[in-house]
Design a binder for this molecule. Structure first.
Ligand code: PPS
Length: 374
């Protein structure tokens, strides 16, 4: 009897310990779940792979702005860059740091803390032109607290249209009501289907075109291709269809892109001129604050980005961003922006200038703005 009493007491104690343990374990599970939710892992919408990847890398490195700084100036090899090298997915992050921004890559504009707001289609897009200064404009705009932009070129309205609208929207950073979403893909301006496709999505999108003297633009375009294909034929041989007659080869994209009037005509079938802002690529270099003032007005933003933000970097030969608060270094664009051009014979440049003149005049007339290229 005494023995069974003792056994019952023992079983009861055992049961009590078991239930305490299970309460304890349940609490651990609940706290872990809550912790993960608060860290943003419980979002119902799956985030794009590059977003998760960047978040992961940034979390490990404790980076956010640091990565941005490196992307803007890949010459500066600070130590976090060498840590990135050892992480999975380094290749894609590294190519972003090289300043070559033509493909879809991780977007370092997406803050790790930003689980607020929602992903919306862009209200404004920098649609062109290639080598016009589109990266500089986007990076300058990204300083504005009311602008959030995809750092990479989504190429939705030209290459990836079949991926569907949800794919496109998911690439966007989250924005609050007061903020605008932006992206830049310079090839949209010369893509025949782009205006029709964008119009089908929204006729209210504001369109920014950074234009640059088409002759310098063509040389800049050629320089970029040459940097990837060192065996490329000379600029001169690609420019002329027939060198004796001096007939220009308009099928060469470096030449064709500069016929701005023709591309604009295509866009004007869908969007009125009031939806466009034409930014001078030249003035973006000589007077970035002035050009940024026009852009901010056009976007309905407070003029936050001013001359206080810029300084002229003598070594680079271009304006750079002054160091942001809390950061140790000023920011210049990467080495693929503002690189030296090869010497081209003055006769070839003159012939090209003559070729573009009537198209430029037409473009000035259409936009009501003389860009002074002639
Ligand atoms: N602040 C600043 N820093 C560096 N570079 C600047 C800047 N502002 C404008 N630019 C000019 O931008 C040219 C590259 O244009 P994009 O960014 O539109 O090129 S791309 O189409 O995205 O490849 C690039 O062309 P290149 O000089 O031929 O390299 C620059 O002239």
């Amino acid at each position: 009897m005494g023995c069974s009493k003792w056994r019952a007491g023992f079983n009861f104690g055992h049961l009590k310990a078991q239930s305490k343990l299970s309460v304890f374990l349940t609490m651990i599970i609940i706290f872990t779940y809550l912790f993960y939710c608060l860290s943003g892992y419980c979002e119902s919408l799956p985030r794009p792979v590059y977003d998760q990847q960047t978040t992961f890398i940034n979390k490990i490195l404790g980076l956010n702005d640091g990565l941005e700084q490196q992307k803007l100036d890949p010459h500066k090899n600070s130590s976090p860059g060498s840590v990135v090298r050892e992480l999975p997915g380094f290749d894609s992050v590294h190519s972003l740091l090289q300043g070559n921004d033509h493909e879809l890559r991780p977007d370092n504009n997406i803050s790790i803390a930003n689980n607020f707001g929602s992903k919306t289609f862009p209200q404004a897009i920098i649609i062109g032109v290639k080598k016009g200064g589109t990266r500089a404009l986007l990076e300058f705009l990204r300083i504005h607290p009311d602008v959030r932009a995809v750092g990479t070129e989504p190429h939705f309205f030209d290459r990836f249209y079949d991926n569907g609208l949800e794919w496109y929207r998911n690439l966007m950073p989250r924005t609050l009501e007061s903020q605008i979403t932006m992206e830049k893909t310079p090839s949209y301006f010369v893509t025949k289907e782009a205006p029709r496709r964008l119009f089908a999505l929204s006729r209210h999108t504001k369109l920014i075109v950074v234009v640059r003297d088409p002759v310098t633009r063509a040389v800049s375009d050629y320089t970029q291709t040459l940097s990837k294909q060192p065996g490329l034929p000379s600029f001169q041989s690609l420019t002329f269809r027939n060198s004796t007659t001096g007939l220009i080869d308009t099928s060469w994209s470096a030449v064709r892109i500069g016929i701005y009037a023709k591309h604009l005509e295509n866009w004007l079938h869908y969007f009125p001129l009031s939806k466009f802002l034409f930014v001078s690529g030249e003035r973006l270099v000589t007077d970035p604050a002035g050009e940024m003032g026009r852009v901010q007005d056009f976007l309905g933003l407070k003029r936050v980005v001013t001359d206080k933000h810029f300084y002229f970097n003598q070594t680079k030969g271009f304006p750079c961003l002054k160091k942001p608060e809390g950061s140790s270094r000023p920011r210049c664009l990467g080495k693929s922006k503002g690189r030296p051009h090869p010497q081209i014979s003055p006769e070839v440049l003159l012939r090209l200038r003559e070729f573009y003149r009537p198209f430029n005049m037409k473009f000035y007339q259409m936009t009501g703005h003389d860009f002074g290229w002639d």
